[in-house]
Design a binder for this molecule. Structure first.
Ligand SMILES: C[S@@+](CC[C@H](N)C(=O)[O-])C[C@H]1O[C@@H](n2cnc3c(N)ncnc32)[C@H](O)[C@@H]1O
Length: 325
């Protein structure tokens, strides 16, 4: 445990901070109660066992993984106010399971609307594409391509023609480090968004039956060269790079190597990662790089936030449009 002493202390500080932070009340109160017992040896031992397998996990990610694990194991008991005695009892009773979940799982969302960026860019490219979604979660964003799921997103007249167009997809492949687990995915919705849990199951079923057929594979973006994947026309990443526990530069190299000549990487994320998100200065953008011009970053599309309710052309939209021919 000594080996992880500093990291354990920083995780305890993070839990304390989350107990005072901007989270909705049940989550904030959970962290506040957890902070009060975080010095107990069984809890510190639990953290050390998780860190043995996952030394690079951030304190914030691990704090949420503990909360999500408890939600998962108790059928969402922590939607309600946390009682100290119950939390202590659950941490002890579920100790091995929490350790296993926190060693292997990731906090995971799958926001369908983000994939409207991908639908529009596919429409602009106007060719048959092999698409790889890297960090695809349970795959529903990818399955939503060519479905009616983007019809409520506001797009100006310039983008309408592309979002409505049926994209020709020869293969759609999703990769994620964890295998799909709907219950875990539901537990990742914090209590303030609990109504989304019902929508998630409904969307998953509907899109599995009627959406774009995809091949979902388990694997890490750090080891993409070891997964049997075809060369791609498009590699898509959304809200993934900040979760990589390891060398993000290696992930970018892997992405570039996996692209065909002329292939593109679309990374959907906030413009700056060191500023407040979802402001005018820091919108959610589709950042495109072409394999052969890797150092040129084109901001092709823009949305006010990563829930993507409205899309406008980004500042480099016209440059990209001309390149598409
Ligand atoms: C926040 S979710 C975003 C999912 C989806 N792209 C979206 O925008 O809705 C991030 C996903 O990345 C996955 N992930 C994290 N690290 C990964 C890695 N090294 N390799 C593959 N997937 C990873 C997580 O399991 C999670 O499902």
């Amino acid at each position: 445990m000594e080996k992880f002493e500093n990291k354990i202390n920083s995780i305890k500080q993070m839990i304390k901070r989350l107990g005072y932070g901007e989270q909705d009340p049940p989550v904030r109160q959970f962290f506040s109660v957890l902070s009060g017992i975080s010095g107990e040896s069984y809890f510190e031992n639990m953290l050390a066992k998780i860190l043995q397998k996952r030394p690079e996990v951030t304190g914030e990610h691990l704090s949420y993984l503990i909360y999500i694990s408890l939600q998962y194991l108790t059928d969402f008991a922590y939607d309600e106010q946390t009682r100290k005695e119950k939390l202590q009892a659950d941490l002890v009773a579920y100790s091995d399971k929490i350790i296993e979940l926190c060693r292997t799982k990731y906090a995971s969302t799958n926001v369908i609307e983000r994939y409207a960026f991908l639908q529009i860019i596919l429409g602009m490219l106007n060719k048959k594409c092999i698409v790889i979604d890297s960090g695809a979660s349970i795959g529903i964003g990818l399955m939503a391509l060519n479905s009616d799921k983007f019809s409520k997103i506001e797009t100006g007249s310039e983008l309408q023609q592309y979002i409505r167009k049926k994209a020709e997809i020869s293969k759609a492949i999703g990769i994620d480090v964890q295998s799909p687990d709907l219950k875990w995915q539901s537990a990742c919705y914090l209590p303030e968004n609990r109504k989304n849990r019902i929508g998630l199951e409904r969307d998953y079923k509907m899109l599995t039956d009627k959406g774009t057929k995809i091949n979902l594979m388990q694997g890490s973006l750090l080891d993409m060269d070891k997964i049997n994947l075809p060369q791609a026309d498009i590699i898509w990443t959304s809200n993934v790079l900040y979760e990589i526990e390891g060398d993000v530069g290696q992930v970018m190299k892997n992405i570039r190597n996996l692209l065909k000549a002329g292939g593109i990487w679309i990374n959907a994320d906030y413009r700056h990662d060191d500023k407040a998100f979802a402001t005018k200065e820091n919108p959610y953008v589709a950042m495109v790089r072409v394999k052969e011009k890797w150092n040129t970053l084109l901001e092709v599309l823009e949305a006010p936030s990563d829930s993507v309710r409205a899309i406008t052309p980004g500042k480099d939209f016209n440059i990209f449009k001309s390149a598409c021919g």
